[in-house]
Design a protein around this ligand. Structure first.
Ligand SMILES: [Zn+2]
Length: 235
C-alpha cells in the first residue's frame, strides 16, 4: 500500500469517526426519552389525584354507613316504644310517629347519597385501573428505549475506539512529510485524497489529463488532480 492509499484509508476512518461522534452527540433519542418521562410523570400525578379522590369517597361512604346505622338503632328503639308500650296517649304517639317519619326520610336520603357515591367510586376505580395499565406500558416503553439508547452508545463508543486505534496505526505508517501535506490540504478539502477511476477524479469527477493518467499508472506518489488539486491514486 502506498502512502496516498494509506492517506485515503485515514481519510475514510476520519469521516467515519465524525459520523460516530455525531451519533454520540445526537440528542433525538434523549429528547424522546425526556418527553416520555414527562408524560409518565403527568400520568403518575393524575393517578395520585384519583387515588386521593377514591379514598375521600370511601371515607364519606363509611361515614354515611355509620350514620345510617345510628339512625336505624334510633328507629328500632322508637318502633319498640310505639308498638310495645301502651302508656302513650294519642299526642305522644303522633309525636313519635313524626319523629320516626323524619328519621326514615333521613335514612332514605343517606342511602340515596350512598348509592350516588358508590357509583362515583366505581367510575374512579375503573379510571385508576385503566391508568395503572397505561402507566405500566409507558414505563415499560421508556425503560426499553433507555436500554436501547445505552446499548447504542456503548456500541458506538467501542467502534470509535477501534477506529481510532486503526487510524493511529496508519498514521505511523505514512511518510511524515506526506502526512504534513495531507494535514495542510485538510484546511482546503474535507477529503483531500481521491480515488481515480477510468481516468476520472473521484473528488471533483473531472477527467484527468493524459499526462496525469500516465503519472498515476507509473505508480508515482503525490499525483494531484489537474482540476481540483486533490491527491489522487489508482487501485
Ligand atoms: Zn479532482
Amino acid at each position: 500500500m502506498n502512502n496516498i492509499k494509506r492517506l485515503w484509508h485515514i481519510q475514510m476512518l476520519e469521516l467515519e469517526e465524525q459520523k460516530k461522534n455525531k451519533i454520540l452527540k445526537a440528542n433525538n433519542i434523549l429528547n424522546d426519552l425526556l418527553s416520555k418521562k414527562v408524560e409518565i410523570e403527568i400520568k403518575q400525578q393524575e393517578f395520585k389525584r384519583l387515588k386521593e379522590k377514591y379514598k375521600l369517597i370511601k371515607k364519606e361512604i363509611d361515614k354515611i354507613n355509620n350514620e345510617v346505622m345510628e339512625e336505624k338503632v334510633q328507629i328500632s328503639k322508637l318502633d319498640n316504644k310505639l308498638y310495645n308500650c301502651f302508656a302513650y296517649n294519642q299526642r305522644e304517639i303522633e309525636a313519635v310517629q313524626r319523629r320516626l317519619h323524619s328519621l326514615k326520610k333521613r335514612v332514605n336520603d343517606f342511602e340515596n347519597k350512598e348509592l350516588f357515591l358508590m357509583e362515583q367510586q366505581e367510575t374512579v376505580k375503573n379510571k385508576l385501573t385503566g391508568l395503572s395499565r397505561l402507566l405500566k406500558k409507558k414505563i415499560g416503553d421508556f425503560q426499553q428505549l433507555r436500554e436501547q439508547y445505552y446499548l447504542q452508545q456503548d456500541k458506538t463508543k467501542r467502534e470509535l475506539k477501534e477506529l481510532q486505534k486503526n487510524k493511529q496505526k496508519l498514521y505511523t505508517e505514512v511518510d511524515p512529510e506526506i502526512m504534513k501535506l495531507y494535514n495542510n490540504m485538510r484546511r482546503r478539502f474535507k477529503n483531500p485524497v481521491a480515488r481515480a477511476e477510468n481516468g476520472i477524479c473521484g473528488g471533483c469527477h473531472m477527467t484527468l489529463t493524459t499526462v496525469t493518467q500516465k503519472k498515476l499508472a507509473a505508480a508515482g506518489e503525490q499525483v494531484k488532480c489537474d482540476n481540483c488539486g486533490r491527491l489522487i491514486f489508482m487501485e
